[in-house]
Design a protein around this ligand. Sequence first.
Ligand code: PMT
Length: 406
Amino acid sequence: MAEKTVILGVTGGIAAYKAAEVASRLVQAGHTVKVIMTEAATRFVAPLTFQTLTGQPVVVDMFAAPPVWNVAHVAYAAAADLVLIAPATADVLAKLAHGLADDMLTTTVLATRAPVLVAPAMNSSMYLNPAVQQNLAILRGRGFHMVEPETGRLACGTSGPGRLAAPEAIVAAAEELLRPACDLAGWRVVVTAGPTREALDPVRFLSNRSSGKMGYALAQVAAARGAAVTLISGPTALAVPPGVERVEVTTAAEMCAAVLEHFSGATALVMAAAVADWRPKAFSPEKIKKGEHKSLLLELERTPDILAAVAPRKKPGQLVIGFAAESSRLTENAREKLLRKRLDFIVANDITRSDAGFASDANEVKILWPDGRVEELPRAAKEEVAAAIWNRAVAARKDMADAAPK
Ligand code: PMT
């Protein structure tokens, strides 16, 4: 990857020392790293540490900046390919959420057009406080990217969420954002998202807890990277991402028909939808009355398996990527689906977790390949997971092209 400029904001928490490793890894990856520290951060780590690791001056005091930087926050903001704040304290999150700009870091963030990646770290009670969670939600809504904190032992002796993500996870998330944006130009991708609904009568249906967030993140990221995206969506409350064509469906049969219609011209299909496996065998056109019945037996039949229907239509050069939603034996069950559905790779997630999988803004996935490889990705915002999946798709397509007879 060509060298990029990363503005690394370090704020005042005990995890500030870990930012030194983040800076070092980014420099080793070939990037220019310019560090801005808050006054509080300098109580934990000396600016000299970052200056030595990055070979760049460290800015703390906005007004002490060299005279040529008389509009230094704008200069830093304009130079940035990415602004990364690690660790991000509750204080800086509040300032960013409310647009305050009372130091070099917050002014730079307000002035930049680069993506902003935030790695929160704080005591778990502070992290779970509704004020902090609301600020995080505001920032996510504004397009800030997050590296979620880990759960574990904290410096204050308690245990819970709030520990700064591992430096390698932070750097991986930064690299995802620094990648050239248009590597999917020329691709036509089909993404499915959300649940399906299988009607029982005019008021009742069988469905599941899918919110559509994972599939919509895949569609949004693919469009941002230059792909022409068709998003085949079950019922969700989500808005259509910019530049994406949405096809709305309700049932598994409708989703199957839409996928088969769009698959023939597609470079890649990603099945993130939680398709119902069963539907009522008979639809009652009238609302089923309670009447005298103490119980009701429903007879269900299988819905079409969309990926099974796609497999025989797959042409050389087309990628088919599935998901596996598992509540146990994640790797084993996902591997069985990968092979049975003849996928290029499968993305496995544990749907028993409340902080990942269904409805959460974040996900933690394993990617399984037909050659036996298993990659474990750190828990991250669904947009970050989506970016990681598209990176794998780009690599898989390149491998296909290299292997094709010349
Ligand atoms: O929507 P969110 O709230 O963001 O939640 C995301 C998610 C948990 C729904 C997503 O990450 C996910 O795991 N999606 C796949 C859900 C699922 O149906 O998994 P499965 O293991 O039952 O199915 C395996 C694969 O076969 C999936 O790619 C599925 O889309 C596909 N399938 C399933 C049934 C069917 N009849 N036809 C299919 O093609």
